[in-house]
Each structure stands twice: as C-alpha cells, then as structure tokens.
Write a protein that binds this ligand. Structure first.
Ligand code: SF4
Ligand code: SF4
Length: 135
C-alpha cells in the first residue's frame, strides 16, 4: 500500500542517514516528491512510502523514534470538471505534472497519482473549481 507523508527532520538528524536506514530495515520503497533542507540542517520531505501495512506502521514508529515528525496526508484535491474553461492556469501552477492539457482532445486531465497536495491549483483556478476533500 502507498501512503503520502510529510516528514519533518529536526537539526539533530541532519548528519544521520535516517531515510537510508528506513529503507534497509523495512524493505520500504520511498518516493521523495519534494524535499528542502535549511542551512541549520533541519528539513522537510514530502514522500510516498510503499510497503505492507505492518511495515508502514513500523516505519512510522521508527521515524518517530528518531525524532522525525510524521504527518499522514489523507486530504485529496477535488476538481469540479463541469465548469472548466480549459484556460490552463492550473496546469501552469502544477509543478508535479498532475494537471495537463494536451492532444488529442486538449481537455484538462488530472492524474491523481502525481498530485503532491501543494494546493497551488486552488488559487490558480479563476472559477474556483478545486477544493480539498478528506480521503
Ligand atoms: S495540489 Fe498541486 S500537485 Fe496537486 S493537482 Fe493541485 S497544483 Fe497539482
Ligand atoms: S484553472 Fe480552472 S478553469 Fe482553468 S483549466 Fe484549470 S480547472 Fe479549468
């Protein structure tokens, strides 16, 4: 099963291979979607973890034990496609490539698996067609 998490790494983990250890211990697939690190070595990482339920639970416990903040992202982006103008504003705002307009029909397409929940599309749409829904 795949789950998206926002991980917050404190400065104390800046010189430790926490993610490497996570992968080795739990045979877990980590897809890093977005990451940033401060000069002081604290950081955040939006990542999708892919493993069985038991391993995911153990992985979250492992991360928490290392002082990493773990937030499970359960929100989803909702789109009301019926009012779409095909203006492309949301496509320009969506850096992950989840929103596209292209051949053959040149209509807006939404690949939800690529969505990283950045919410840029919500403010980009002139018609307010995007929103947040709980999983
Ligand atoms: S939330 Fe971000 S990644 Fe997801 S569809 Fe909107 S702009 Fe794209
Ligand atoms: S910004 Fe809104 S109206 Fe424009 S293409 Fe995206 S969903 Fe459609």
């Amino acid at each position: 099963m795949k789950r998206k998490y926002m991980l917050s790494f404190p400065e104390s983990t800046g010189d430790k291979p926490v993610v490497c250890e996570l992968v080795r211990r739990y045979d877990i697939c980590v897809n890093i979607i977005q990451a940033s690190i401060s000069p002081a070595m604290a950081g955040t990482m939006l990542a999708e973890l892919d493993a069985c339920a038991e391993e995911l639970t153990q992985a979250v416990e492992f991360l928490a034990g290392r002082g990493v903040g773990v937030e499970l992202l359960t929100d989803k982006i909702a789109l009301r496609e019926d009012g779409c103008l095909q203006c492309g504003n949301c496509v320009l705002a969506c850096f992950s490539g989840a929103l596209t307009i292209g051949a053959p029909d040149w209509k807006l397409a939404f690949d939800r698996d690529r969505c990283v929940l950045c919410r840029a599309c919500i403010t980009a749409c002139p018609r307010g067609l995007f929103g947040i829904s709980a999983e």
